[in-house]
Design a protein around this ligand. Structure first.
Ligand code: SAM
Length: 244
C-alpha cells in the first residue's frame, strides 16, 4: 500500500528487528536512510534488496518534496542508523510534510535507547523528559539544564563517551547531586548500567571515559517535605466544614 512507513530498527542487536519491520523493508518501493552503508547491513540481515535513498531533515526541500510525492503511489520506508526514527534522528520534517499532503502514515514500533535506558535505571518512570543531546558548549549546556532543574520529572540524555564526564559534572552543578544511571551498549555484548549519585558516577568515569553509546538518566529533584499531620488535619476539617 502506498504511504510512509516509519520503521524502527535495532539499537545494536540485529535480533531486535521485528518481523513486521523486516517485511516492510523487503517490500517498500524505496527506503529513506541516514547512511546507506549502515543501513545496507540491516537490509542484508532482513533479506531486502530494495533501493535506498539518503535522507536528512536538512536535505534540500526538493528531496523531501520528491519523497512526499512518491508516497502518493509508492510505499516509502523511513529507517534510521539505530532505533526509532525521529528520536534524535531525521524524519520530523518528512512526517510533517507527509501529513500536510494527506499521505497515509504508519509506524512500525521498535527499540529506542531512551526507553530502554529508562527501564534499566531503577529511577521513577511515571514522568520523564527526553532531553536528547545536550549542547556541547558549556554556557548553552548549563542554560539547558537550568531550564529543567525545577521539573519533578526524570530526565533522559543521549551522550557519547568523550563528553560523559563533562556532562555529569555540569549536571551536578546545575541539577544538584541526584540519583542517576549511565547505560551503555544496550542490547550489545558489553551492555552495562552503572547507578548512583551523579557525583559518584562522575568519579567513576572522570579518568576512564567509557566506550560506546550512552544514555544518562537523572532522577527528579528530592521530594518537597510532605505536609505535616497538623496541616493535613486542618485541611480535612476545612474541607468538611464546606460540605453542605
Ligand atoms: N533513534 C535512536 C533511538 O531511538 O534510540 C537514537 C539515535 S541518536 C543519533 C544515537 C544515540 O542514542 C547515541 O549517542 C546514544 O546516546 C543512544 N544509543 C543508541 N544506541 C544505544 C545503545 N545500544 N546503548 C546505549 N545508548 C544508545
Amino acid at each position: 500500500e502506498p504511504g510512509l512507513y516509519i520503521v524502527a530498527g535495532p539499537i545494536g542487536n540485529l535480533g531486535d528487528l521485528t518481523p513486521r519491520a523486516a517485511e516492510i523493508l523487503r517490500r517498500a518501493d524505496v527506503i529513506a536512510v541516514e547512511d546507506t552503508r549502515v543501513s545496507a547491513r540491516l537490509l542484508r540481515h532482513a533479506g531486502s534488496d530494495r533501493p535506498m535513498l539518503p535522507y536528512h531533515d536538512h536535505s534540500a526541500d526538493h528531496v523531501r518534496q520528491r519523497l512526499v510525492d512518491r508516497m502518493a503511489s509508492e510505499s516509502v520506508a523511513l529507517l534510521s542508523d539505530a532505533g526509532t526514527p525521529l528520536i534524535s534522528d531525521p524524519g520530523y520534517k518528512l512526517v510533517r510534510d507527509a501529513r500536510a499532503a494527506g499521505r497515509k502514515i504508519t509506524t512500525l514500533p521498535g527499540p529506542s535507547a531512551a526507553i530502554s535506558a529508562l527501564t534499566l535505571s531503577g529511577l521513577p518512570t511515571d514522568r520523564f523528559l527526553f532531553m536528547g543531546f545536550l549542547p556541547s558548549k558549556a554556557k548553552a549546556r548549563g542554560d539547558a539544564l537550568d531550564e529543567v532543574a525545577a521539573l519533578r520529572a526524570t530526565l533522559v540524555f543521549y551522550e557519547s563517551g568523550p563528553r560523559l564526564a563533562d556532562s555529569l559534572s555540569a549536571m551536578v552543578a546545575h541539577l544538584g547531586d541526584r540519583d542517576a544511571s549511565v547505560s551503555r551498549e544496550i542490547s550489545k555484548a558489553f551492555e552495562e548500567t552503572a547507578t548512583g549519585p551523579l557525583t559518584a558516577l562522575f568519579a567513576r568515569y572522570a579518568d576512564a571515559p567509557p566506550k560506546g553509546e550512552i544514555v544518562v538518566i537523572v532522577g527528579p529533584p528530592g521530594e518537597a517535605p510532605p505536609p505535616s499531620a497538623e496541616d493535613a488535619d486542618a485541611a480535612l476539617l476545612e474541607a468538611m466544614a464546606r460540605l453542605p
